[in-house]
Design a binder for this molecule. Structure first.
Ligand code: HEM
Length: 411
């Protein structure tokens, strides 16, 4: 049965205050029931106004809507005078597949899919097991660690750095670039943040151009070589290659760090579920799915702008208006998930949207799932007395990406 939608106007949804992003779920519940397709002027990214879509059913309805365009924003930006501080960053963003429509999106995505199928990534398992064991060996004697800084970060960063085909020694560089991209994507951007992101883009650009020249001479079996060696209709410009690597670094790194931290916190806060998982390691697959649903690292994404007027949930979305899907809310929608605020590692038919929906759904989902399984299996096996050192969760500022700044534990 559908929740009743009230005709009473609700206040504009504002994701900025700490009380919202530190625990967004009661807010989601309020908007899901009172105004599930909600227009707000208190926008996340400094826009003039945006639509937020809170319900699963509506999120599903727009996953591939013909009237929503990702590249609309770039077409509009191209017509405007952009401040110099923003230019290098926004120029590169145009080459992220996530910001493209078909057929450009399809062409770029299909080139890289072979590296991210479940079968291909499964070959990484021994490496990932070695890496997670090594990271635990390093902290074992201390009896405590910060799960985010000492385990999740190196695990996710080294994995994506190597997949792209870069040396491990350069991982620190990748981390600093990725942090500047995250800062701008997760908060209301200032000119200073744009300047820092643009500086990082220029450094990344110079670094990648050298690597591209090397791959042209001696290709390997990494993602960068595939991008560089594509031929005929699939051939990419250097900007497209660099934009794709930049997206993978950002998308494949911060999100995975966040889900590893979120998962450990959630399991430690739900001791009966943790005990069940320890007793039945065969539940790891369904546990991973409910952890993704319960504390989704990507809470919301922009589905693009309306290229034409269209109707959604009884509202008219006007041409040029931006639409944001709140996956974090759809994943707690009681119409789809019984008892949605409960972690249930045995949950079946878990059709969560943690990896998005439609044409832009997560390319790296098989890799992220494998990293989660290996990391959690290793942590639970090697650290039987794992416990939280603080009851307070250190959530990062911002609502788009949900993750912890640190997670101190003892064992
Ligand atoms: C738990 C970890 C992860 C989560 C929760 C996650 C989530 C998502 C979501 C929600 C989207 C859809 C964005 C949209 O519709 O605009 C997405 C897209 C994407 N993700 Fe992930 N992701 C994760 C890990 C990864 C990894 C490891 C990679 C590795 C390269 C990756 C690469 C990408 C790419 C390239 C896209 C864009 C796909 C497209 O536009 O066609 N992600 N991800």
């Amino acid at each position: 049965m559908s929740e009743q939608v009230s005709q009473v106007p609700v206040e504009h949804f504002n994701p900025q205050p700490r009380e919202v992003w530190s625990n967004p779920y009661p807010w989601y519940q309020r908007y899901r029931s009172l105004d599930p397709v909600h227009w707000t002027l208190a926008a996340e990214r400094g826009d003039a106004g945006v639509w937020y879509v809170f319900r699963y059913e509506d999120a599903l309805a727009i996953r591939a809507h013909p009237c929503l365009s990702r590249k609309y924003r770039h077409d509009r930006l191209a017509e405007q005078e952009i401040p110099p501080a923003m230019k290098p960053y926004s120029d590169k963003l145009r080459h992220w597949m996530v910001e493209m429509d078909a057929p450009h999106h399809t062409r770029l995505r299909s080139l890289t899919t072979k590296h991210f199928t479940s079968r291909t990534v499964e070959r990484l398992r021994p490496k990932l097991e070695g890496l997670s064991n090594y990271l635990i060996d390093r902290v074992l004697a201390a009896g405590r660690m910060d799960v985010v800084g000492q385990f999740a970060y190196p695990m996710a960063l080294l994995t994506i750095t190597e997949m792209l085909g870069m040396p491990r020694e350069d991982a620190a560089l990748f981390k600093s670039w990725s942090l500047t991209f995250t800062a701008i994507e997760n908060r209301r951007p200032t000119l200073d943040l744009y300047q820092r992101a643009s500086d990082a883009v220029l450094e990344f650009d110079a670094y990648l151009k050298k690597a591209i020249a090397e791959r042209r001479k001696a290709p390997g079996d990494d993602v960068l070589s595939t991008l560089v060696m594509a031929r005929n209709d699939e051939q990419l410009t250097d900007d497209e290659v660099i934009g794709t690597c930049m997206l993978m670094l950002f998308a494949g790194h911060e999100t995975t760090v966040n889900i590893l931290g979120n998962s450990v916190l959630t399991l430690l806060r739900n001791p009966e579920q943790l005990q069940l998982l320890r007793a039945h390691p065969e539940l790891m697959e369904s546990a991973v799915e409910d952890l993704l649903r319960y504390e989704s690292p990507v809470q919301s994404v922009s589905n693009g702008h309306a290229s034409e007027d269209f109707e959604l949930g009884g509202k008219t979305i006007r041409k040029g208006q931006k639409v944001i899907t709140v996956f974090g809310s759809a994943n707690r929608d009681p119409e789809v998930f019984p008892d949605p605020d409960r972690l249930d590692i045995t949950r079946q038919a878990n059709r969560h949207m943690a990896f998005g929906m439609g044409a832009h759904n997560c390319l790296g989902a098989p890799l992220a799932r494998l990293e989660m399984r290996v990391a959690l299996e290793t942590l639970l096996r090697r650290l039987p007395n794992l416990r939280l050192l603080s009851e307070t969760a250190n959530w990062k500022e911002g609502l788009m990406l949900r993750g912890l700044d640190s997670l101190p534990v003892a064992f």
